[in-house]
Write a protein that binds this ligand. Structure first.
Ligand SMILES: Cc1ncc(COP(=O)(O)O)c(C=O)c1O
Length: 426
């Protein structure tokens, strides 16, 4: 469905609220140019920056990231905590770190939230893992719902491979509260003790640096509280610097899992291109705080404008609107309107109703709007299958505010059409 749409997407006409791209304006092109020149111009600090590099990451970048995590990117931990953990750089963003786990971990059950980060969960299932998706509420994955699912597993509980928690969830942008972060760590530690093995818990921090609501947080890292040595963090510079850098890292206890991940990076062609890692380190040392402030100021403004438009145009159709405090997605639950790819709502927005008055002429379709149907975001065997058919993820990351607001008005027309009303102004 996405490919069909992407191939004939018309820039400036169609509006893409589906794509997870960052806003182009957040990418600091001038700083990237400065960093590239600094790296090329200092062969002493940046040794052999255009050669192969290695499987664990540039020493300069690892040092810069450690400094960043103990300072600006502070998740509540001190330098000593960071120093006691190993930090490695993946081959190609956080995605490649997540993919690496599917290579180095024995297949089994992966505990995550529902709605889930479907891109990774689909990949896990393709690779022989089973996803145990557990309902989330406004604080993230529900511990009570998880306990009851674990109980229902009976003896199958020893098939748990790992926990995968997205701290600012994709698709909902629900922020995992500190209490839940802790409770889930304690649960994983308890299961590890009971089963006499280490069950890792991976916190995916992809959007953790994009908490832009001044009333939210602060949110803390669980690494300092991890007495069992099972907690890992997966981070990325995609959302705050540039996705094209493809810098993702894994931070956690050193040991067999870390060693296997380094070997896997070596097998995949080494960690991210060395000169790019050096550029990222340069930028973190000098510009991290200002850049993160600017990025968050931009998303905050967009979040507020888009929220207002959602309330105004879609409020009377909605049961719930999640998100708005972090990241750049809203996750909408409609009361009655279905959103899946065969729904009238979807057909209206993709101009495929079959009614020329709504779709426009074949050679010049009216503007189309793309979003991610909730059906893709909920686990197909989970508790949200029915609701998922009435949900959608709307990204306010990529498109600019005026385009997003236009698309939301069309969404209202689509909702009216789906309810059998005459879509005003369509
Ligand atoms: C939850 C989550 N994890 C990981 C990633 C991947 O990030 P990267 O660009 O570093 O591969 C994304 C990208 O959108 C994401 O949403």
């Amino acid at each position: 469905m996405m490919e069909d749409f992407a191939t004939d997407f018309r820039d400036g006409v169609d509006i893409n609220l589906g794509i997870g791209y960052v806003n182009e304006k957040t990418i600091p092109v001038a700083l990237l140019t400065e960093a590239a020149q600094a790296v090329a111009g200092d062969p002493v600090k940046y040794r052999q920056a255009f050669n192969y590099g290695g499987p664990a990451g540039s020493a300069n970048l690892v040092k810069s990231l450690r400094g960043f995590l103990a300072g600006t990117g502070n998740g509540g931990f001190d330098e000593a905590t960071v120093a006691r953990r190993r930090l490695i750089i993946g081959p190609c963003g956080a995605t490649s770190v997540l993919d690496g786990l599917t290579d180095v971990m024995a297949p089994g059950l992966v505990v995550t939230s529902d709605p889930m980060y479907y891109i990774y969960c689909d990949a896990l299932e393709r690779k022989g893992f089973e996803v145990l998706a557990v309902l989330e509420d406004e604080e993230g994955i529900s511990v009570a719902a998880l306990e009851s699912k674990l109980h229902a597993l009976g003896g199958g509980i020893d098939r748990i491979a790992f926990f995968y928690l997205v701290t600012v969830n994709n698709p909902t942008c629900t922020i995992l509260s500190n209490g839940r972060r802790r409770a889930l760590l304690e649960l994983a530690a308890r299961l590890s003790r009971e089963q006499g093995r280490q069950i890792p818990i991976f916190y995916d921090l992809a959007y953790e640096l994009l908490v832009h609501d001044p009333l939210a947080g602060p949110f803390v890292s669980m690494l300092p509280e991890d007495a069992a040595g099972i907690a890992y963090e997966i981070g990325t510079l995609s959302k705050v610097l540039a996705p094209a850098l493809r810098i993702g890292y894994l931070l956690g206890p050193d040991g067999p899992l870390m060693n296997a991940m380094v070997q896997r990076t070596s097998d995949a062609g080494f960690s991210a291109p060395l000169f790019v890692q050096e550029m990222a380190g340069y930028l973190l040392d000098r510009h991290a705080a200002g850049q993160i402030r600017a990025v968050n100021a931009g998303y905050r403004t967009k979040a507020l404008a888009v929220r207002k438009a959602i309330e105004l145009s879609l409020g009377d159709f909605l049961d719930e609107c999640r998100g708005g405090s972090a990241g750049f997605y809203y996750y909408l639950t409609f009361r009655d309107v279905e959103t899946h790819p065969s729904s009238s709502f979807f057909k209206f927005l993709t101009r495929s109703t079959g009614d020329p008055a709504l779709d426009g002429p074949l050679e010049n379709r009216r503007p189309r709007v793309m979003y991610i149907p909730g059906e893709y975001c909920v686990h197909p065997l989970g508790d949200l299958v029915a609701q998922g058919r009435r949900q959608l993820r709307l990204s306010y990351g990529f498109e600019d505010v005026p385009a997003i607001l236009r698309a939301i008005v069309w969404m209202r027309e689509a909702a009216e059409y789906a309810c059998g009303r005459d879509p005003a102004g369509a």
